[in-house]
Design a protein around this ligand. Sequence first.
Ligand code: NAI
Ligand code: MG
Length: 360
Amino acid sequence: MTQRILVLPGDGIGPEITRQARRVLEACREAGLDIEIEEAPVGGAEIDRSGVPLAPETLEKARASDAILLGAVGGPKWDTMPDIANRPEKGLLALRKELNLFGNLRPALLYPQLVEASSLKPEVVSGLDIMIVRELTGGIYFGQPRGRETREDGTRYGYNTYIYDEHEIRRIGRVAFEMAQKRNKKLCSVDKANVLEVTILWRDIMNELAPEYPDVELSHMYVDNAAMQLVRAPKQFDVIVTGNMFGDILSDAAAMLTGSIGMLPSASLNESGQGMFEPCHGSAPDIAGQGLANPLATILSVAMMLRYSLDAPALADRIERAVGSVLDQNLRTADIAYEGTRQVTTEEMGDAVVSAFLQQ
Ligand code: NAI
Ligand code: MG
């Protein structure tokens, strides 16, 4: 059966990087993958067109698709919008929430060819391969009540609610345990159970799940220590599972261990296996339109799409090998270039990946 893919390029470098990733998808179609690709605006681009960051018809297309490829949204042009509820980023949050994409997979993988691009010493990071499983549709980013108010004496205050119920914790826990089973059988759950009640519950649920996965070794760590350990000795981790906010912060830190945020893909999945796939970085307005953007994070997001939503792991492996091969050829976009490498544009990088893919 033909699988439907919706491409949402978004803003800034979004259109440039998704163009290259789309070419890789089209190469997969030539290789026999039965897919149909459609494109729609989202974020600032959609605000400019219709006034809202996510049009109802785009949401409908998203619901009807098997997988979504997103570039990035946002930029200075929309940062001054007074109506925070209607900013570009809200389009993304709405998609995650509406499609119930609660399981966010963020790998931090250091390619051997890029060891010198990392800010850490080679012996600390070489061979690094971590998978962060972050809960994406709950926790403090969505908890109610929330708000900003002013007391009678004129003091302003703000508040958010950090809330998880056991079902939300259990379903992300299962994603993480299953991921650990497929990898090195080590799962570290990150919380702040010494201070926050909600994360005491988090820890309890992870412990309750553990007997169902006897081959996985479960450990727990407080988030502040986890941040420290990630930069001290990152290779101690295999799979990390954590809530929305801690996962947001830790995954960005882990991302930088690998040298460039321009290399890191992500997947956000729901219970039926439908997913949204996007690079970890944003719309990079500082380099938009100059051919400087690294398209590899988005291309590697296509590989995750093939693996997790389209049931085509062999093609996913083939894309990842193609990326390894262009790095072996010493081709680098500006963010990962250093002496002795050959700097290429966004499009040249796309060309190189497509031809390495087709040559296999
Ligand atoms: P950013 O990730 O867009 O950029 C941070 C730095 O990394 C910049 O110097 C940028 O040039 C560089 N960079 C990012 N992606 C790159 C790539 N593929 N190749 C080479 N260099 C790359 O984060 P920033 O600057 O904080 O945010 C810019 C805009 O993006 C904001 O409007 C923000 O709200 C939005 N944003 C959107 C996200 C999304 O759509 N998922 C996620 C994060 C930020
Ligand atoms: Mg973030």
